[in-house]
Write a protein that binds this ligand. Structure first.
Ligand code: NI
Length: 253
């Protein structure tokens, strides 16, 4: 059975079939899904999906793209939602200098504020980082002793991975590992400790080969597991079990 540790079922791309698709997950080998939030509205939806489906859990927070929208009212609402029993993390949070959809100083403030909240609530964090590695690691360093985290859709170097892993933090991989140019991620997967590895789809985005370019869903997890299994010499079912166990430990489920 699979644990999709990062999927956005609140996304409008699921409006036509969300309930039926989610309801079909357990009979198709997906036993757990974690739906992160990106702003107040998506965090609210994540929590309501978690209330509706036993096997769905939520994270709440402000994505760096949406950071400019996190005023005090929004922050207070995230804090309230975080106390819901099925909210297992603060996320996704971080820095994105590729799109720069929020000013960088705002992204940094909002990121640090949410790390502080995670520390206070003793929740782990889900990190989104794109082209902002140095600043991201600098900010996390102030919290890494008492906040746990995972880098979602990890695509950085083995050098950077070693720093993240040395904090006891986890790395999570998407369908990008099935793409042709994934050599860097493959090196990380081969070298990292297996018990710090998680898998995710980032649905509706990043569908793996052979469904690249289509709407993604947790049903594509076996393609990711197959690729990872090939890299570390275990079967796709063993990758499923391993990453299910790692995900449960990480999120406390
Ligand atoms: Ni995401």
């Amino acid at each position: 059975m699979y644990f999709d540790t990062h999927a956005h079922y609140d996304d409008a791309q699921f409006d036509s079939d969300r309930t039926a698709l989610l309801a079909s997950m357990p009979e198709n080998g997906v036993s757990l899904v974690l739906n992160p939030g990106c702003d107040t509205a998506s965090s609210e939806t994540a929590v309501s999906l978690a209330r509706q489906f036993d096997f769905v859990y939520a994270a709440v927070g402000f994505h760096p793209h949406e950071a400019k929208g996190m005023d005090d009212t929004a922050f207070d609402r995230i804090k309230e939602l975080a106390s819901e029993p099925k909210v297992k993390a603060i996320g996704e949070i971080g820095l994105d200098y590729h799109y720069d959809l929020s000013p960088r100083d705002v992204q940094k403030d909002v990121f640090a504020r949410q790390l502080e909240l995670a520390r206070k609530l003793k929740l782990p964090v889900i990190i989104h980082e794109r082209e902002a590695c140095a600043d991201c690691l600098d900010i996390i360093r102030g919290f890494s002793g008492d906040v746990r985290g995972v880098f979602h859709c990890y695509s950085g170097s083995w050098e950077t991975a070693k720093t993240i892993l040395s904090w006891g933090w986890y790395l999570s991989f998407t369908g990008v590992v099935t793409f042709k140019n994934a050599r860097k991620s493959h090196e990380v997967i081969k070298n990292m400790p297996r018990d710090m590895l998680m898998i995710e789809t980032d649905s509706p985005y990043l569908a793996p080969v052979p469904n690249r370019g289509k709407r993604n869903s947790s049903l594509n997890l076996p393609y990711i597991a197959e690729t990872i299994g090939g890299l570390i010499g275990i079967s796709k079912d063993e990758v499923a079990e391993l990453t299910l166990e790692n995900g449960r430990r990480f999120f406390g489920i």
